[in-house]
Write a protein that binds this ligand. Structure first.
Ligand code: SF4
Length: 341
């Protein structure tokens, strides 16, 4: 099955017990209304549905950008009711929400199920208690474990969000978060590097020198390692890097941190670079021209941004040339290299 088309509705910090130090949904998601009206909801969903070019297997409506199950019950009911006509008409197949791990219990799950919510994404961010404390998350790694198990036991599809480069985190700490997430066996994962949004407590910490964000290279390295581990564990990583919005692209919105509009592409290109380098280091290709066969849909990730991988490989291994040949017989995620005769 292909990835579902997800129609996001941002609820803008609704239900959040407080602000986590790094978070500003207005900056990350853009100018959404503080309260989602039925008219706004309908228009947003219809405009997404009208612009679908090739119908995916599944269309889902997602309530993101806040703590859904932390909202008063009447607000949850109101929003979920807006979605019911789309579910009944069949244009939308399921609802998903994102929420905090400490705002779930059996009663809340029964309520969500009644309204067609099938997927719950947990904002974990880290599975290291000291890191969670420093970001003022207000929950523990144990809460995440418990939430994931409860959701799975009640038949929900579960997603877990992780962040690289959180205040007080380290590469080892992030690796522990990845390992603990794999042990929980969620259905999907999202990862994004921590960015410093203007106006957040994290901006203050950055300006007073108590928080230094990851560089872009460090963020790519950490997320690459996480992607490889999740993939090996059979857990799809459905997003790497925050969704780029016009708001984020505005000057002064992200004041520091490894922001890149094609962050996932950088991570995947880095994986291909490593694979190609490993193949080249096993043979004698010095001063020779080589041909790489790649799966056609991975050709651009192999080349890297502006052909950077090809240039770097050529320089590092002293090659006289590299030809990249898209080969439908080459399995995805693999490469073959031989001399160009
Ligand atoms: S990270 Fe989640 S819980 Fe924290 S302020 Fe942002 S939306 Fe709310």
């Amino acid at each position: 099955m292909t990835m579902p088309l997800i129609i996001p509705i941002f609820i803008m910090h609704r239900g959040c017990p407080h602000r986590c130090t790094f978070c500003d949904q207005q900056k990350a998601a853009g100018p959404y209304p503080d309260d989602v009206s039925e008219t706004f909801f309908r228009q947003t969903v219809l405009s997404h549905l009208q612009h679908i070019k090739k119908k995916p297997d599944q269309v889902q409506i997602a309530f993101y950008g806040g703590n859904f199950t932390g909202m008063p019950r009447q607000d949850q009911t109101r929003l979920l009711k807006y979605a019911q006509p789309f579910l009944e008409a069949g244009g939308v197949s399921a609802l998903r929400i994102s929420t905090r791990p400490d705002c779930l219990d059996k009663e809340r799950l029964d309520f969500l199920k009644e309204y067609g919510v099938q997927i719950v994404e947990i904002g974990a961010q880290s599975l290291v208690d000291d890191v969670l404390r420093r970001a003022e998350r207000g929950h523990t790694a144990g809460n995440v474990d418990a939430a994931v198990q409860l959701l799975k036991a009640n038949g929900f599809e579960v997603g877990v969000h992780l962040m690289a480069g959180m205040p007080g985190d380290s590469p080892e700490g992030f690796a522990r978060s990845v390992a603990r997430t794999i042990a929980m066996q969620p259905h999907t994962v999202r990862i994004h590097p921590t960015l410093v949004f203007t106006g957040t407590p994290l901006e203050r910490d950055h300006r007073n020198g108590s928080y230094e964000p990851l560089t872009l290279d460090e963020a790519v390295l950490l997320c690459k390692s996480a992607l490889l581990k999740f993939t090996a564990a059979g857990i799809p990583v459905i997003r790497i890097g925050l969704q780029t919005t016009p708001e984020m692209e505005k000057r002064g919105t992200v004041i520091a941190g490894p922001y890149h509009p094609a962050f996932r592409f950088l991570v995947e290109a880095s994986i291909f670079f490593d694979r190609a380098a490993s193949l080249l280091s096993r043979g004698d290709f010095q001063e020779k021209a080589v041909v790489f066969s790649v799966c056609p849909k991975e050709q651009s990730a192999f080349r890297g941004l502006k052909n950077e991988n090809v240039r770097k490989l050529q320089n590092r291994f002293g090659l006289s040339g590299i030809r990249v040949v898209p080969d439908p017989a080459q399995p995805a995620g693999t490469l073959h290299v031989h001399c160009d005769i």
